[in-house]
Design a protein around this ligand. Structure first.
Ligand code: ADP
Length: 418
C-alpha cells in the first residue's frame, strides 16, 4: 500500500473548498476555502492546518497579481498556501499525489467514482444541461488542477453515483416515456457521497455486514434528503431530477403539486424565472418562518413560543416522518436510522420531534442519550429499540479521499509514473 497525499476539491461557481488528506491513514492535514472568486477586492482565502495554524488573505492584499481572479488563479493560490513556509503543510508541489474532485451530476454514466480522462471530462461537460449551476464550476476546477498540476491523477466523485442502483420503478416518473428516453427526465438523487459515508460508518460501528442490514439515512443540512439503503445499495431517495424534490429544506420547497407552477404563471402573472427562484431560494424554512432559514434560530424561537417557528418545524418534521414511514414500508424491515448534516447532527430538538410517535415502526428514541450526544457519533436509541437510531457526522471529503485512494492505489502506480 502506497502512502498518498490527496487534495480534495469542491468547486462552486464562485468558491473553492479544499482539504488535504494523508492516506490510507485518513489523516486530515489541512482545510481551507477560497470565496468570492472573481471579485477583485473581496475575494479571500482561509486555510487552517491540523496543528492549528491559520492563513487569511484577501485579494486586495495580493499586490503583484490578481491572484483570485478566476478558478485557475484560486487553485494556484491554494497550492501556494499549502506550500507556504510559515502557514503551509507541504514542502514541495511533488508531495501532492492525487486531486479528488466533487462533481454534482454523473447522469446515468457513473455509479462509482472514476479517474478523470479526457472522455470523462467531456461527459461531465455534456451533463451541464442537467446541472447548469454545478457541473460547469466542477469542470473549471478540474481544468485548473490539470493546468497547475499536470500529470497528476485526478478523480471525480459524483453526488448522483450512489443512487444509480435505485430500481426503475422508483427512479421513473409517470410521465410520457419520451420524457425519459429523449430528455433523460428521471429521478437521479443527490447527497450520495454523504449517504454512502454515514451508512458505511454505521455498519462499521455496529459491526454489521451490509448484506444483512437495511438503513434509512437522513441528511438534514441546508439541503435535505433521505435515502433507503438495502444490502449497501441505495434503493430510493427523496431528491429527484434536481435537488428540489422531496423534503422541505432551508430555502427549497421540496414536494409540491406541480400544477401550482402553471397556476402561478398563467393565472397570477409570475414569470417562470420568478417561480423557479421562489421554489429554490424563497421557500422551505425561509418561506415559512420569513426571518431566516437558520434552523438554530428557528428552534430557539419555537422553544420560546413563537407560533410561526413552531409551524415551520411541524411542517419540516412531518415530512421527514412521512418519508421514514414510506421507506420502512418499502424495505419491510429496517435496522438502522441515521441522522446527519448540520441539523441532523446537531439538533436534539428536531430529532426528538421526528422520532415522536414512531414507536409502532420500531423507533424508540432515548431522550437523554439524544440530548447528551451533542454533535458526536453514537447511538441514541433505547437498547430494546428494534431500529438502532444513530447520529453520525458526515464527511464527504474523507469519502472522496478514500475513493481516490482506492482508485489510484489499485489502478495507477503514481510513484512509478513520476
Ligand atoms: P449545507 O447543507 O450547506 O452543507 P450544513 O449541513 O452545514 O449545510 O447545515 C446547515 C444547517 O444546519 C443550518 O440551517 C444550521 O442552522 C443548521 N444547524 C447547525 N447547528 C444546528 C443546531 N444546533 N440546531 C439546529 N440547526 C443547526
Amino acid at each position: 500500500m502506497n502512502n498518498l497525499t490527496i487534495l480534495v476539491i469542491n468547486c462552486g461557481s464562485s468558491s473553492l473548498k479544499y482539504q488535504l488528506f494523508k492516506m490510507p491513514q485518513k489523516e486530515n492535514l489541512a482545510k481551507g476555502n477560497v470565496e468570492r472568486i472573481g471579485e477583485t477586492e473581496n475575494a479571500f482565502i482561509y486555510q487552517k492546518t491540523s496543528d492549528g495554524r491559520e492563513l487569511k488573505k484577501n485579494s486586495g492584499e495580493m499586490k503583484d497579481r490578481l491572484l483570485l481572479s478566476d478558478h485557475k488563479a484560486a487553485f494556484q493560490y491554494v497550492i501556494e498556501a499549502l506550500l507556504d513556509s510559515k502557514m503551509g503543510i507541504l514542502k514541495s508541489i511533488q508531495d501532492i499525489d492525487v486531486v479528488a474532485h466533487r462533481v454534482v451530476h454523473g447522469g446515468e454514466h457513473y455509479s462509482d467514482s472514476v479517474i478523470i480522462t479526457q472522455d470523462v471530462l467531456q461527459v461531465i461537460e455534456d451533463l451541464a444541461d442537467l446541472a447548469p449551476l454545478h457541473n460547469p464550476a466542477n469542470v473549471q476546477g478540474i481544468r485548473s488542477a490539470m493546468e497547475v498540476l499536470p500529470g497528476i491523477p485526478q478523480t471525480a466523485t459524483f453526488d448522483t453515483a450512489f443512487h444509480q442502483t435505485i430500481p426503475e420503478q422508483a427512479f421513473r416518473y409517470a410521465l410520457p416515456n419520451e420524457m425519459y428516453e429523449k430528455y433523460q427526465i428521471r429521478r437521479y438523487g443527490f447527497h450520495g457521497t454523504s449517504h454512502r459515508y454515514v451508512a458505511s460508518k454505521a455498519l462499521e460501528l455496529l459491526n454489521r455486514s451490509a448484506e444483512n442490514t437495511n438503513l434509512i439515512s437522513c441528511h438534514l443540512g441546508n439541503g435535505c434528503s433521505i435515502t433507503a439503503i438495502s444490502k449497501g445499495k441505495s434503493v430510493d431517495t427523496s431528491m429527484g431530477f434536481t435537488p428540489l424534490e422531496g423534503l422541505m429544506m432551508g430555502t427549497r420547497s421540496g414536494d409540491i403539486d406541480p400544477a401550482i407552477i402553471p397556476y402561478l404563471v398563467i393565472n397570477k402573472g409570475y414569470s417562470i424565472e420568478e417561480v423557479n427562484k421562489i421554489l429554490n431560494k424563497k421557500s422551505g424554512a425561509l418561506g415559512l418562518y420569513e426571518k431566516t432559514n437558520d434552523m438554530r434560530d428557528i428552534v430557539e424561537a419555537a422553544q420560546n413560543g413563537d407560533k410561526k417557528a413552531q409551524l415551520t418545524l411541524d411542517i419540516y418534521t412531518y415530512r421527514i416522518k412521512k418519508y421514514i414511514g414510506a421507506y420502512c414500508a418499502l424495505m419491510i424491515k429496517v435496522d438502522v436510522l441515521i441522522f446527519t448534516g448540520g441539523v441532523g447532527q446537531n439538533s436534539w430538538f428536531i430529532r426528538q420531534m421526528i422520532c415522536r410517535h414512531l414507536q409502532n415502526l420500531g423507533i424508540h428514541l432515548d431522550k437523554e442519550l439524544n440530548r447528551e450526544i451533542g454533535g458526536n457519533t453514537g447511538s441514541i436509541s433505547h437498547d430494546y429499540s428494534p431500529i438502532t437510531i444513530m447520529v453520525i457526522p458526515t464527511d464527504e471529503e474523507q469519502q472522496m479521499a478514500i475513493d481516490a485512494y482506492d482508485l489510484v492505489d489499485e489502478k495507477w502506480p503514481v510513484k512509478i509514473i513520476r
